[in-house]
Design a protein around this ligand. Sequence first.
Ligand SMILES: [Zn+2]
Length: 466
Amino acid sequence: MSTTPNGTVGAGGTSSAARSAAATYWNPILETMHPERLREVQFRKFRRIVTWAYENSRFHRAHYQDAGFEPGDLRTLDDAALVPKVDKSHMRGIQRKDPFPYGDMLCVPLDRVVEFRQTSGTTGQAVYQADTWQDWEWWAECWSYLLYAQGYRDHDRVFLPFGYNIFVAFWAAHYAAEKMGCEVVPGGVLDTEARILKMQELQTTAMMATPTYVLGMAEKARAMGIDPHTDLAVRRITCAGEPGASIPSTKQRMEEAWGAKVFDHCGATEIGAWGFECEEQSGGIHVNEGLFLAQVEDLETGALIEEPGRRGKLIITALDRIGMPCVRFDSKDVVEWADGLCSCGRTYRLFAGGVVGRADDITKVKGVLLAPSAIEEVVRSFEEVGDEYEVIVVKRGDLDDISLKIEPAPGIDLSGDRLDGFLQCLKDQLRLKTNLGYKVEIVEPGSLPRYALKAKRFKDLRKVNG
Ligand SMILES: [Zn+2]
């Protein structure tokens, strides 16, 4: 087992500063590069991948020619905005063309594809994604940056309580953990109880799961008479798939339930693992700017946003992914640049609060823009509320109506004066954070749906009901 970070020389003959950097960063050169120099690297890589896509993929060439763009138009990083964007509808469109199943988007012969993955298709038809072996090694490299930044080292025994199959989630995490020298325990086909027992037996030190499952496992462990704090040895948890680890109240719940540090990461099948929270837990997600170019666009005007504190949509490029390139992909993730750099010493910029919503999910209720994550932040900040809740939006006549169902937390008696005070406080906080009023209903503990993977706690039934 060796922990020599990628791209560094051995410690012999290097200065103590270099040794310290090698111990802190997976790639000390890229992660601490001066911002101006980092922009230069990004520009050169961006021009290279755009040229590659133009020259080798029929889809990209036609897409760019239709917009009157050619790679020679790229003279500075500012010109990146000239490159036409790609979104999921393009990717679905090509799947109906030959050669099956990736259409004309590939930059390499089909024979060089070694990995098939598809998106989970929560919002429509699944998108198919091809990767070459080089791309697959790149995926593991992306994940190595994030695991290393979250303190994973070769002495960790990492449990993956997840049946990874056709989706990319945790495959790359698995290989990255191996690459770093961790010992990997795949807990795929086990049920939750068996997973907890295996974690107890092996005293695994880290795990990766969705926030929903992290909370669900803690609940299950306690029901089995196992205290995650004292009987299990998990001290770091990496979350994916849902925004919970970047929502302070949800993160706190998970950390308290496990006695562990909980970290967020960001990625998508079509993009790669592009962002990570570091050990400083500074309230933001680093963009891996050595491997990705992130641009933030105003949601209404499409103008680029460079300054902190203004929300926009993330347009992202994977700078080194060659088989089926991801160039200026419209991620629909809503983000905002943080003010200043992180205290960890990385020059990689941060998105404040991680991905704060999805452009798709932000919906108008009673004329007000509502992000479901804002409701989660409020609900999870009340200790009286259990881990599950449900929000349902319906139309009554011409008016939208929002109801929130919650379960009381275990051991909490919500009755009499305490109930009235709690309900008033919850409604006030919801109004303050979302500018909307809610009907709150308290339901029996255990009566709301439980989710193993990605939860669907926000249900907009207005269209269904006509
Ligand atoms: Zn940091």
